[in-house]
Design a protein around this ligand. Sequence first.
Ligand code: 5GP
Length: 185
Amino acid sequence: MAGRGKLTLITGPSGVGKGTLVNQLLERHSSIWLSVSATTRSPRQGEQDGINYFFQSRDRFEALVAEGGFLEWAEFAGNRYGTPRLPVEQRMAEGRPVLLEIELEGARQVRSSFPEGFQIFLAPPSFEELERRIRGRGTDPEEAIQRRLLRARVELKAQGEFDAVVINDDLESALQQVETLMELG
Ligand code: 5GP
């Protein structure tokens, strides 16, 4: 019988490249299970319900919060995001490595409920580079970009709370550092 799977969490400011890094990790290590979050944000072009997120109305999200259905949840740039509790617990019980990709407030909540989990902060090489990446995505309105930049400054200040900080300058090098931290062969 496999032991309890390890929980790894990756946080980092919007635009730092968490999504790309996580996708590469999943491609390289099929044992990893990535939690799919629920959100009240509207889907971006190409995003699919149940794959990128579970897209939910505010009312449904509230109902899930009230039922205790989330391991953690937080408000980010005007929308709510939460990690469904049950699938995480099931995968851990099966002994699979579980990965969460969430923002700072959620990471803090997970730190208190899963102190044995390992928390990685993915940082940009500089704030200017982060702004360039956020604007380069070209999918969000200016107001949303401003909110994300403001939030990024807050998140960057919190990197000292994490078990490890990885700078995403070169993707391959960042990936290798994360693989080492997750003890993946
Ligand atoms: P985006 O709208 O760009 O997909 O995500 C915005 C932020 O929400 C990102 O920093 C992402 O990591 C975070 N996020 C995604 N899912 C969750 C979740 O389940 N809980 C929390 N707390 N943050 C999440």
